[in-house]
Design a protein around this ligand. Structure first.
Ligand code: KG4
Length: 345
């Protein structure tokens, strides 16, 4: 018999509700992105985020419940992002999940948002076997994880300060680019590379004036840190050479960011000897990073799994996919205590 599950996501600035089948097939995945609401502030404003979730979630829920009614679908579980996230925003999704519980009389499965990201590839028919390495780079998180099974996640690397996407956004703001800045940094960097190629110049020969991040980090440590790079950029801009372009500076910043990601992933692959890396989060929309990761994984003989961009960023289908794993494992997991059970240790 088919298993249908609902997913709800409202941890930050995306409101999402999804309906999926057998943990793999997306039936509907409506999403409302709040980017335009937060744009003028240069970052997510928590109070505005909560209000936007509250305003939009009834419409998304209706879209899903209409399909359920029309097709006479029997729901088995309701999965909802429980943490981490903005408290006011999480509460809206959590309350919606409990309202659905009253309608369908099915369990609410609280899901850890980061764990959900790691299972998004299941929705594109990827096979995930344990153990694997998880890499998450978004506006709010930067981390490396060693995953032994559902809810068995060891945090092996985290950021000491800013998240990767946050750093790209802040650098872009310093360079007077619009929010969110990550895509603009990439676009400008690409333009610099393109122009260098036309001039028949080799970018790898150019000396990057920005500092290498965590240069002396030993190979068995996988921390990230971006605030020093951001400060270095700030000082560089105060006294920058006259002929340097914004495109060139964007290239330097992006190069340093990609460098620390690759170094950490390479060292983690070597230490943990895992067969696959799952990489997700909004920053994975960056094609230069994705290509570099692909090359690294090929060299290290490891499979790289990166979901499509719409599954890389926050969405409710990934929450439903992770919920399915918990639902199926209910014989050996106490669903009621899942949120406290998830051992991000
Ligand atoms: O996972 P995500 O969509 O949402 C939150 O974290 O809320 O990640 C958003 C982040 C932003 O910081 C954005 O600048 C970054 O992902 N991002 C990118 C690119 N596209 C989005 N960073 C670099 N290159 C991109 N092409």
């Amino acid at each position: 018999m088919d298993t249908f599950g609902i997913g709800i996501e409202s941890s930050c600035d995306e409101t999402g509700v999804a309906l999926i089948k057998n943990g793999r097939e997306i039936i509907a995945n409506p999403l409302f992105s709040q980017i335009n609401i937060h744009k003028e502030y240069g970052g997510v404003v928590p109070e505005k985020a909560s209000r936007a979730h509250l305003e939009k979630i009834p419409y998304l829920l209706k879209e899903i419940t209409d399909i359920i009614d029309k097709k006479n679908i029997k729901i088995s579980y309701i999965a909802v992002t429980a943490r981490p996230g903005l408290a006011g925003s999480l509460l809206i999704g959590y309350n919606a999940a409990h309202a659905l519980k009253l309608i369908y009389n099915k369990p609410v499965i609280p899901i850890h948002h980061l764990e959900a990201h790691l299972y998004a590839p299941l929705l594109e028919n990827e096979k995930i076997t344990y153990p694997f390495l998880g890499l998450l780079l978004s506006g709010g998180n930067s981390g490396l994880y060693y995953i032994k099974g559902i809810s068995k996640i060891k945090v092996i690397g985290d950021t000491l300060d800013d998240a990767c996407g946050e750093a790209l956004d802040k650098a872009a703001a310093l360079l007077k680019m619009p929010y969110p800045g990550g895509p603009h940094i990439e676009k400008n960097a690409n333009e610099f590379i393109r122009k260098q190629k036309t001039l028949k110049k080799n970018t790898s020969a150019i000396k990057n004036p920005l500092p290498v991040i965590l240069k002396n980090q030993p190979p068995d440590k996988f921390q990230f840190s971006f605030s020093g790079l951001k400060t270095a950029l700030l000082y560089f801009l105060k006294d920058k050479p006259k002929n340097i372009t914004t495109e060139e500076i964007a290239y330097y910043f992006q190069e340093r960011v990609i460098e620390i990601v690759l170094r950490n992933v390479k060292n983690a692959i070597r230490k943990y000897k895992i067969p696959a890396v799952v990489a997700a989060g909004g920053v994975l929309a960056n094609q230069t990073l994705k290509t570099a990761l692909k090359e690294l994984c090929e060299k290290e003989n490891v499979k790289l799994i990166v979901p499509s961009p719409f599954l890389c960023t926050d969405n409710a289908a990934m929450v439903a996919a992770a919920g399915y794993l918990y639902f199926k494992a209910k014989n050996n997991l106490n669903i009621k205590s899942v949120s406290s059970k998830i051992s991000f240790f």
